[in-house]
Design a binder for this molecule. Structure first.
Ligand code: BGC
Length: 735
């Protein structure tokens, strides 16, 4: 054991050398200390004496939750200077969409489709959180979800594996490579492996019962991209795959994650998922659970303490091989090494840097830009938006008009309502001088009750007198996020009634929707002239929404998830698999279709949809060739022209469908997108290279395959509005 201390720094000598070896460190640890390195323990408020003592005894390798650089420094000193091994603690936290400056929720950011912006958002979060003494974030959540009832849909990138995979890379890079000093980065953790987004009926922590094909086609691609982008860690899911909980599932963790996907980083559990093995009924006690999870490949135990309590004994009894334990410890130490904790365990704790970084002007401005680009304009009849200069009075109504906490959404780390700009404040700031603004809440939100009916008349009255009514509706922050799913996706309380009553006054209505997850906006759309999906837009959300309403910023977001027309359509997504029967009943109302008799299959707003204050005209598609050979590629181009009256951004989307394949394929799949900024009258040609990779799929034996035949390619402004062309692939390939 290395106990020789440097006189001036008090660091154990071994960590101060440039060439320390992890094997030597591991070699020097007792079994208890090794188990301690695998033990991740939550920290609430001030550390207790008991917790500090456990650190001294080498029983804690990582802590979950930071309360700032100063406190972490004190704790780290105990680990480094008072424990026998001197191994620093790895501080971890859920830094999901910002730390102090809160950016829009991840699903909202996905609506920007702007990978550079999403990268910059993660880098902002990394700079702030790292300045507060955090080393690792439990993000990105890369779970694909097609069920808007699931509260955690807000934490991911939506329904599509391709978009999800691209965004996973952007987020991993943003967290891990801020481009500044190492102590301004966070180690990332892709979660929750795997299939958590398929939780049945959208109820959190429920079973998910998905096929291997669905797992591989839909849920694994974003993880693969995160791994290829060098993500440092992966977290196992609460859910089971094929009736075996993820944290005890060697097929999922060893065969797929390690062997097939090539993951080399640290594998950790989710909160108490080792303890859960007993609750689920596959382990009789924590000891059995620890053994199962370890054998399945889990290295770090979040919360349960089962590793700390049982691994030393399991090794002594020969139930766990010490070499394997050493390998698990080395995964933890490799991350500590990656964060350079052995070189300088205190580098992350700098109060001065923390003060400068948190909520800086630059960070707030960036957060506003991200929020503006995440907002989606869903409806804009008669070009009601942006407001014309003739508008002299606006009634701002609705229970979320002055909301602050709800703009931050779930997982808002150190973000605080006091530092948040409400929509009312944003409007007052931007319109206050020239337009008369009046306010009434219209109803109240008391859980899901229909409350505050007495507030309706005032909202109706001020709306009647105004040139325009802005109705800010939504859900409270706790109604989405972990454990926050809802069976009903109608706006809670009296909000739909409020919109209908205000609309009945004849005053034009703009509805601003503040929600984490997609809601059923069918009634809202019936009574609104314009709708803005503002999501939960973060610290600067109110300023961003106001800039969209006034036209200071032209909206460009596109939905990363389908908005159903009716709850009964759920799960609903654009890339459904072909069936024997048509989806559309057709003009003769054919009953023999794969469609509901009452509502059909069309959503209210499809994947990829979003309006702008300008219009874009697409040319027909030009193909460089209508034949593609194995090993070759072809190019597909369209020219897009801004035919409207505002400069604007368009997100040009490419979809491909395989007409005949050996397994049933989706009707179309997103395979590319490009963002273009066009001034009024300007045209740009957008070219996509179609490579054989874009045509491959998972064959009957679960291996990647490409088959010759005809492919249809669509390029357009949403998954439903596209131009079309076809080409033929000659020659196939399989792995
Ligand atoms: C969540 C994880 C989160 C962890 C730690 C769990 O309940 O599922 O996503 O990272 O708690 O807070």
């Amino acid at each position: 054991m290395c106990l020789i201390l440097l006189a001036n720094s008090l660091l154990p000598l071994c960590w101060s050398r440039e060439s320390y070896k992890l094997e030597d460190i591991i070699e020097s640890l007792s079994l208890e200390e090794k188990a301690g390195q695998l033990n991740l323990v939550p920290l609430e408020g001030e550390p207790t004496d008991e917790l500090l003592q456990a650190i001294r005894e080498g029983k804690i390798g990582s802590l979950l939750k930071s309360n700032g650089a100063e406190q972490n420094l004190r704790i780290q000193k105990v680990a480094v200077e008072e424990s026998a091994s001197g191994i620093p603690i790895l501080f971890q936290e859920d830094v999901i969409h910002g730390y102090k400056t809160i950016t829009p929720t991840p699903l909202a950011e996905a609506a920007s489709w702007d990978l550079e912006l999403i990268r910059a958002s993660a880098a902002l979060a990394a700079r702030e959180a790292a300045s507060s003494g955090i080393h690792l974030t439990y993000a990105p959540m890369v779970d694909i979800s097609r069920d808007p009832r699931w509260g955690r849909i807000l934490e991911g990138s939506g329904e599509d594996p391709y978009l999800g995979a691209m965004i996973a890379v952007a987020r991993v890079r943003g967290f891990q490579e801020s481009g500044l000093d190492f102590h301004q980065n966070l180690l990332a953790c892709a979660k929750h492996f795997a299939g958590y987004g398929a939780t049945l009926a959208g109820r959190d922590y429920n079973i998910s019962d998905l096929s291997e094909r669905e797992l591989r086609e839909i849920h694994l691609p974003p993880f693969q991209s995160a791994i290829d982008a060098n993500v440092s860690s992966v977290m196992s899911a609460y859910t089971s795959y094929d009736a075996l909980p993820a944290s005890a599932n060697p097929f999922l963790l060893r065969t797929i994650l390690r062997q097939e996907m090539g993951f080399r980083g640290l594998l950790m559990t989710d909160w108490d998922t080792i303890g859960n093995l007993c609750r689920i009924g596959i382990a009789k006690d924590n000891r059995a659970a620890a053994k199962m999870a370890f054998k399945a490949g889990i290295e770090m135990d979040m919360f349960s303490q089962a590793y700390l309590e049982h691994i030393p004994e399991l090794v002594r009894l020969g139930d766990i091989d010490e070499d394997q334990l050493n390998q698990a410890v080395s995964k933890v130490l490799e991350l500590k090494q990656k964060a350079r904790l052995f070189d300088d365990p205190y580098a992350y704790f700098d109060k001065e840097r923390e003060e400068k970084e948190l909520l800086s002007d630059d960070n707030r401005n960036l957060a506003k830009d991200i929020a503006r680009k995440s907002i989606v304009l869903l409806k804009n009849d008669n070009s009601l938006l942006p407001f014309s200069p003739d508008i002299k009075s606006i009634a701002v109504v609705g229970p979320f008009a002055k909301a602050k906490r709800d703009l931050l959404g779930w997982w808002s780390a150190m973000g605080s309502p006091e530092e948040t700009v409400s929509i009312w404040e944003g409007l007052a700031e931007q319109l206050g001088q020239n337009v008369e603004l009046s306010y009434a809440p219209g109803c109240s939100i008391v859980r899901f009750e229909k409350s505050g009916a007495s507030l309706l008349p005032e909202a109706v009255n001020i709306s009647r007198r105004a040139d325009v009514a802005i109705i800010v509706v939504g859900e409270e922050y706790w109604m989405s996020g972990e454990g926050g799913g809802t069976a009903s996706l109608h706006l809670p309380g009296l909000q739909e009634q409020l919109i209908a009553e205000v609309a009945a006054t004849g005053t034009p209505v703009v509805t601003v929707v503040v929600t984490g997850k997609p809601y059923i906006l069918t009634e809202v759309a019936r009574h609104s002239d314009a709708i803005i999906q503002a999501w939960m837009p973060g610290t600067m959300g109110g300023a961003a929404v106001a800039e969209i309403l006034t036209g200071a910023f032209n909206p460009s977001g596109k939905l990363p998830v389908t908005f159903p027309i009716h709850q009964g359509q759920i799960p609903i997504y654009y890339s459904y698999r072909r069936t024997s029967h048509p989806f559309d009943p057709g003009p003769k109302d054919n009953r023999y279709t794969a469609s509901h008799r009452d509502i059909g299959i069309r959503p209210l707003y499809p994947f990829g949809y979003g309006l702008s204050y300008t219009t874009f005209l697409y040319s027909e598609i030009r193909l460089s060739s209508d034949t593609m050979r194995t090993g070759g590629s072809i190019e597909a181009s369209v020219t897009v022209t801004n035919t409207g009256e505002n400069n604007g951004r368009e997100i040009v989307q490419l979809y491909i469908s395989d007409e005949i394949a050996s397994v049933t394929r989706p009707v179309k799949e997103l395979k590319g997108f490009q963002l273009i900024d066009l001034n009024v009258g300007e045209s740009q040609t957008v070219t996509f290279e179609i490579t054989p990779d874009s045509l491959s799929f998972i064959g009957a034996d679960y291996k990647a395959i490409r088959e010759p035949g005809r492919f249809v390619l669509q390029i357009g402004t949403s998954s439903e509005e596209t131009k079309q062309a076809a080409f033929t692939l000659v020659g196939g390939w399989s792995e």
